[in-house]
Design a protein around this ligand. Structure first.
Ligand SMILES: [Zn+2]
Ligand SMILES: [Zn+2]
Length: 147
């Protein structure tokens, strides 16, 4: 995969009904799939999302934007009008990194799968056929300096 194929940039996104519209800085066009129970319950399946370390988020419309704090450390952003699952961010640093649902982005289809996280939380009823790395919860916590 060449660098130009995965290069990101300023991207636009929105929810299903357009009551949430935004622009973010996406460093590269790759996404990960989270299999944790919280993501699956929240979004109705494994969560496919893009990591934006310095998003410089601009809200073009935040009429429907609602943040749900499910754990002391994280908040999940969704549209209260149409129900789209859109964002994940750190509660302590809400203007910092932003994780964005890949299909909320305008050209979500052009992203390449990078890796699976919480792979050990995946239920047996589904799997993916790719060869990307499978990162367990313990491995991820270690990587984030929390384990
Ligand atoms: Zn909406
Ligand atoms: Zn998750």
């Amino acid at each position: 995969m060449s660098e130009s194929e995965t290069m990101g940039g300023r991207m636009r996104g929105q929810c299903l009904c357009s009551a949430v519209e935004f622009e973010v800085d996406v460093p590269e066009r790759t996404y990960s799939i989270c299999h944790c129970g919280l993501c699956r319950r929240w979004s109705g399946g494994p969560l496919m999302s893009v990591h934006c370390p310095e998003p410089r988020t601009e809200w073009l419309n935040d009429e429907g934007l609602t943040w749900y704090q499910g754990t002391p450390w994280a908040q999940r952003g969704f549209c209260s009008r149409c129900g789209s699952s859109l964002f994940w961010r750190m509660a302590q640093e809400p203007e910092g990194m932003l994780i964005v649902s890949v299909d909320a982005l305008e050209d979500g289809g052009e992203f390449t799968l990078d890796r699976h996280i919480y792979s050990d939380a995946r239920p047996d009823r589904y799997d993916f056929a790719d060869d990307c790395p499978r990162v367990t919860e313990a491995e991820l916590m270690k990587e984030l300096g929390l384990g």
